[in-house]
Design a protein around this ligand. Structure first.
Ligand SMILES: Cc1ncc(COP(=O)(O)O)c(C=O)c1O
Length: 390
């Protein structure tokens, strides 16, 4: 039997209602939203609107029309970073962007690419034990030409969760872009209380929707400094050659992934019915159990927070064994699906000194894991470590 522990990559399994909703949409609707007045197109528009509303409810965002659908979290981060840079570059103004060592390549690579256009960036270091980034250090890196601060809420390497309220407070007038890839759906987030201007998220991880879904939630008004980087048909203002400025059409060109969004409507409804707080409480129980049990296993340690404070259910394990061999042994001997390597976050691994080891073995917990699953995982890790050490 396979046991899936790679929820940081994409969540599995999904709630049953997700598949039901996909089948229902595919067999009984199938139309594109906003592209016709016939009943199926109207139904599809209602589904799309319901999805925006539910996503906003999960993070206390005030305006459903400011929830933009994207292909995944990478796409949302690109729209935010490239769009802000484009806006200021077109006015011949300098552009500096702040990010952190815990951020993912979906932030780091757009920044690297923008360097050729004169955009500068600062990567704020993180604590080498915990991965926590000091809000004061972020504040100190902000200059007169800083146009954006981009921060990963939860690290996909160590599970470190940054203090967004404090980071939001130090950003002042500089817009804050939060990458919620590892937290949305199971960690409480309030975009208004946390002063978040742009929230990028995948639909297929903690939100439990299908792959190929994601989004960007904008604070109303931020669209004035966020240029669109993709243009095309929106089903609106078709007589004009220019991309509409109206929300969300400004950033949503082309047909939507309605099969995926139908599933996301169901998964976000499932999350709202359970409550993010309740899902978070369960996650904390499982992460607490894993931390406690793993502490008794010799020959393996965790890179990142060793308590339930400042963390989510993503763990990087370090041992004498090469992480890829470790992952192979866990899979072949115990059917455990986990991910080894650098996890697209090279500076996070540099922070922990695990880059030189070829990365770590990452295991990540999901909402359907039981106490027994977690104990099985710890025992399997212990058995693999012992076997590799003898
Ligand atoms: C922290 C973080 N940011 C961004 C991404 C990119 O997400 P997606 O795969 O939805 O593009 C990931 C994916 O693992 C991630 O862990």
């Amino acid at each position: 039997m396979q046991r899936y522990f790679d929820n940081a990559a994409t969540s599995f399994p999904k709630p049953d209602v997700v598949l039901d909703a996909i089948v229902q949409y595919t067999t009984q609707c199938g139309a594109s939203p906003g592209r016709g007045a016939y009943p199926q197109a109207v139904d599809a528009t209602e589904l799309l609107d319901a999805c925006r509303t539910q996503l906003c409810e999960i993070v206390n965002a005030p305006s459903a029309s400011h929830c933009v659908f994207t292909l995944n979290c990478t796409d949302a981060l690109n729209i935010a970073i490239l769009g802000i840079a484009k806006h200021f570059l077109s006015k011949k103004e300098p552009v500096h962007i702040v990010t952190t060592a815990m951020d993912h390549n979906s932030v780091l690579r757009p920044l690297h690419e923008l360097a050729s256009q004169g955009v500068t960036h600062t990567i704020v270091p993180a604590d080498p034990e915990t991965g926590i980034v000091s809000p004061e250090a972020i504040q100190q890196s902000i200059t007169n030409s800083t146009r954006l601060v981009a921060v990963a809420h939860g690290s996909n390497v160590s599970g470190t969760v940054q203090d967004l309220s404090r980071i939001g407070a130090v950003c002042g007038d500089v817009p804050l872009l939060v990458d919620a890839a590892q937290t949305m759906g199971h960690t409480p987030l309030d975009v208004q209380a946390m002063h978040i201007d742009l929230l990028a998220f995948p639909g297929h991880k903690g939100l439990l929707g299908p792959q190929g879904t994601g989004g960007l939630i904008l604070k109303p008004g931020i669209e004035r400094i966020l240029d669109s980087t993709r243009t095309g048909g929106t089903g609106s203002q078709s007589e004009h050659p220019v991309q509409p400025e109206t929300m969300p059409d400004k950033y949503e060109s082309g047909s939507h992934n309605m099969v995926g969004i139908a599933g996301l409507v169901a998964s976000t409804r499932w999350i709202l019915n359970k409550g993010v707080e309740a899902i978070h409480k369960l996650e904390r129980q499982r992460t607490g159990q894993f931390l406690e049990e793993l502490a008794t296993v010799e020959g393996v340690r965790i890179a990142g927070p060793l308590t339930n404070e400042h963390r989510c259910g993503v763990f990087s394990l370090v041992s004498e064994t090469c992480p890829h061999e470790f992952a192979k042994a866990l899979e072949s001997e115990f059917g455990i699906c986990a991910r080894s390597g650098l996890h697209c976050a090279p500076f996070a691994h540099k922070t922990f000194g695990t880059d030189v080891l070829g990365g770590t073995l990452r295991v990540s917990i999901g909402p359907f894991h039981t106490e027994e699953d977690v104990s099985f995982l710890t025992q399997a890790i212990a058995a693999c470590v012992q076997k590799c050490l003898v």
